[in-house]
Design a protein around this ligand. Structure first.
Ligand SMILES: C[S@@+](CC[C@H](N)C(=O)[O-])C[C@H]1O[C@@H](n2cnc3c(N)ncnc32)[C@H](O)[C@@H]1O
Length: 199
């Protein structure tokens, strides 16, 4: 489908079929936070007062909140090629996150998207086509495997060429077949049976 129609239907279909509650989403993302925490501990990386650039943030500012409130990052910038964050949902999410993680999410009401200070959202940002901002940490979760191989390579080149030595780059990917997530009769590595051309 042409890009505009494609995005519109993608949003509508996801909103209609996705009945997961915000509480459950936060709970499932806690696993990622714990994994990340373990990795950072092992590598002795402290995110306190660092700037973080998350790309492909998705529907909720979950990781930005973990970066700010748990890891005490100074500033988090969340980028996405789509505009997923909705003010109403973010404000609801703020209440759930504040209660669960016992923190005070300040100033959410004043922000266009309901986000607290030092978390900025940049929708309609295509990291393949646009310049990426400088940050201490680059993070993504479940994004790279949605991109074309050539774009992933281009993105990695941008990071290597533009970023200062000492920047940490952390990508979570799922090396499994996404079709399998909704069909457990096939293997998690189903995609390997296709040639590159067929794929
Ligand atoms: C599967 S979602 C993951 C969302 C979130 N990181 C999570 O873990 O729940 C992939 C996200 O990457 C975004 N995305 C895909 N290609 C992108 C690009 N070239 N530039 C920026 N964002 C992109 C999509 O819009 C989508 O929000």
């Amino acid at each position: 489908m042409p890009n505009k129609g494609d995005d519109y239907f993608y949003h509508k279909i996801q909103m209609f079929f996705d009945k997961t509650t915000l509480k459950n989403r936060l709970k499932s993302m806690e696993f990622i936070y714990l994994r990340l925490n373990a990795i950072l501990d092992k590598l002795e990386i402290d995110l306190k007062d660092r700037t973080v650039f998350e790309f492909g943030s998705g529907w909720f500012p979950t990781m930005p909140y973990f970066f700010k409130y748990k890891f005490k990052a100074r500033k988090v910038e969340a980028f996405d090629v789509n505009q997923h964050f909705k003010r109403k949902t973010v404000l609801e999410f703020n209440t759930i996150f504040s209660k669960k993680d016992n923190c005070n999410i300040e100033d959410g009401a004043k922000n266009k998207y309901g986000l607290p200070n030092y978390i900025e959202y940049f929708p309609n940002f295509d990291l393949v086509l646009q310049d990426i901002p400088i940050a201490d940490i680059v993070f993504s979760r479940f994004v790279l495997f949605h991109m074309k191989e050539i774009d992933v390579i281009g993105f990695c080149d941008k990071i290597i060429n533009q970023y200062n030595k000492g920047t940490y780059v952390i990508h979570f990917i799922s090396p499994s077949d996404l079709v399998q997530h909704n069909d457990n009769t096939i293997s998690q590595q189903e995609f390997l049976k296709y040639s590159k051309l067929e794929w």
